[in-house]
Design a binder for this molecule. Structure first.
Ligand code: ZN
Length: 203
């Protein structure tokens, strides 16, 4: 199982971090150990002083594939949830400055939290999925899949030309504007539509 993440997939978020809108999807990965298991508490990592939340729609791959065409891509996922791509922004900024890889900032243990999955089929229009992220009951991020630069199907097709996709792989499809810092004691909640799918505390 692997976790594939998409960077800068919402123009407003690319701009808020001073990045350009990409000409092709920006892809990075997190290892299996990055997945926060349900029964494990999330502890604020000791190596950062600027932990950011990035709330994203997350797809689960349900079929093995490679070189998947955009038209077939929809048959490779049937479940969706919201997740948090935790980012050590201070470390990422240093690495970016030097042109170095991002893994220490993005792929550390427990840096990928996911909510309860729901069926994509239960959603009216997958190109119009509203999702929201609350920090201590304050709305911080609000996204809609309609605003993604690359759609789910375009992402699956693109990714599968480089990396074989396997059952159980997760795809974090990028975060909308509004990313920010979180601290120990924060309660984080994320919803698709009005359905609360993820609720976790930073210890
Ligand atoms: Zn992200």
């Amino acid at each position: 199982m692997k976790i594939i993440c998409v960077g800068r997939n919402y123009a407003a978020h690319a701009h808020e971090l001073g990045n350009e809108v990409p000409e092709e999807p920006v892809i990075f990965m997190k290892p299996k150990n990055a997945l926060l298991q349900n029964h494990i508490p999330f502890f604020y990592p000791e190596f950062t002083n600027e932990l950011h939340y990035e709330c994203e729609l997350v797809l689960r791959i349900n079929k093995n594939g490679k070189y998947i065409g955009e038209k077939e891509a929809a048959s490779y996922y049937s479940e969706i949830t919201v997740g948090i791509d935790f980012t050590a922004r201070d470390i990422q900024n240093k690495l970016k400055e030097k042109g170095l890889p991002w893994e220490k900032a993005k792929a550390f243990d427990n840096s990928a939290a996911i909510g309860k999955f729901i069926n994509v089929a239960s959603i009216n229009n997958k190109n119009d999925i509203n999702f929201k992220f609350y920090q201590n009951s304050v709305l911080k991020q609000q996204g809609n899949s309609a605003h993604m630069i690359y759609s789910f199907d375009e992402l699956i097709s693109h990714i599968s030309h480089y990396f074989s996709l396997n059952i159980g792989d997760l795809i974090f499809t990028g975060t909308p504007a509004g990313v920010g810092e979180c601290v120990a004691g924060d309660m984080l909640e994320a919803l698709i539509g009005d359905e609360l799918l993820l609720r976790m505390e930073i210890k």
